[in-house]
Design a protein around this ligand. Structure first.
Ligand code: PLP
Length: 355
């Protein structure tokens, strides 16, 4: 009789993936997760809390969050039967890998948003990563070659891209989407409010295309967990089959309804973040050794002579950032979110001390 180790029954693909490397810290200035630096406005939070209290907590929520999907559809100008919601768009990425990646191919660029590659690895999809070009733009020709080399699967295009913050030429995105034929094409638009880009028309124009959006960034509601896909009713029907029943809880649904009724605060914050982004980037432009790379999102890459030393120095000043220097092409890089003006002042001062 052999003695089983506790993980012996776990699939090899799961055992191979290292545990998620995020390390929580207690520094006061948190610029490591691209969150909104401001909480949900106090008066909206009070309204959300009173609506939460009025709901029946003993009852299961709406099976597929139909009311919330209807309201998101109204907000986005999208038919509600083409809206799919999950607790964060990270969950949608897992479901899309189940939908079109398992036994098929997940195609993305490198570096890319780690959840695409993580889910492909966990779910045993064939993962193909094509390096970004030297200026971080999409390698359109190389991606087209890979599209032709494999049976259809899922292609991820992130606009603005993460972790670079780059927005590609619209023509490049359209050319790629066109070349993708029967592939499921995911346009991850988690940060689109900060760039002013919007690929809803491209999704509307073809079958098998989705826009992924989230309440975690511009809306400042990362703690509530809500992301959504905008797609065709036909693809939404397939994707919905994979969504666990009752997956958006009653309290999140109540709060999101309040946000969607009074979304004006979002625009004001996005405007401030965009102004602050350009202020921070220009303040760091003349730095002798560090390079703040241009971005159209609410974060940017800071290329330093030594990522470990720069990360430690900023932490000593109470600022947490995210190291990205293990990604190909990102040696020395930290990813830094745009914070409040005071947080950004502290960041500028701390980076200015770096040599
Ligand atoms: C933050 C982010 C998301 C959103 O994740 P949620 O699960 O909705 O919080 C999606 N895609 C990218 C590229 C992101 O950076």
């Amino acid at each position: 009789m052999t003695i089983q180790t506790p993980v012996a029954g776990v699939r090899a693909a799961v055992r191979r993936v290292p545990a998620y490397p995020f390390i929580p810290t207690n520094e006061p200035i948190k610029l490591d997760q691209n969150e909104n630096p401001y909480d949900f406005p106090a008066e909206l939070k009070a309204e959300a809390l009173s609506r939460m209290a009025a709901r029946e907590w003993n009852r299961y929520p709406d099976l597929h969050a139909d009311e919330l999907r209807r309201r998101i559809g109204a907000f986005e100008g999208w038919p509600e039967d083409g809206v799919v919601v999950t607790p964060g768009s990270n969950v949608l990425i897992k479901l899309l890998t189940e939908l079109a990646g398992i036994g098929q191919t997940v195609l993305t660029v490198s570096p890319t948003f780690s959840v695409y590659t993580l889910e492909a690895q966990l779910l045993g999809a064939r993962l193909v990563e094509v390096p970004l070009q030297g200026d971080f733009s999409l390698p359109v020709e190389a991606l087209k070659a890979e599209l032709g080399r494999h049976e259809p699967g899922v292609l991820y295009i992130t606009q603005p891209h993460a972790p670079t913050g780059v927005v590609d030429a619209e023509a490049a995105v359209r050319e790629l989407t066109e070349a993708a034929g029967d592939w499921v094409v995911v346009l991850d638009e988690a940060y689109h409010q900060y760039s002013g880009t919007d690929y809803r028309d491209l999704v509307r124009a073809g079958e098998g295309r989705l826009s992924l959006r989230t309440f975690s960034k511009a809306w400042g509601l990362a703690g509530l967990r809500l992301g959504y896909a905008l797609t065709s009713p036909a693809l939404a029907t397939q994707l919905q089959k994979l969504v666990p029943a009752f997956n958006v809880n009653t309290l999140t649904q109540a709060a999101l309804e309040v946000a969607l009724e009074q979304p004006a605060y979002v625009q004001a914050r996005v405007q401030e973040a965009v102004q602050e982004r350009s202020r921070v980037l220009s303040a760091l432009a003349a730095h002798p050794t560090c390079q703040a790379l241009p971005s159209q999102a609410n974060f940017f890459l800071l290329r330093t002579p030594d990522a470990a030393a720069a990360y430690a120095h900023l932490r000593a000043r109470g600022i947490v950032t995210r190291r990205q220097d293990s990604f190909p092409g990102l040696s020395g890089c930290l990813r830094v979110a745009i914070g409040t003006p005071a947080e950004n002042d502290a960041l500028i001062a701390a980076v200015t001390e770096l040599r």
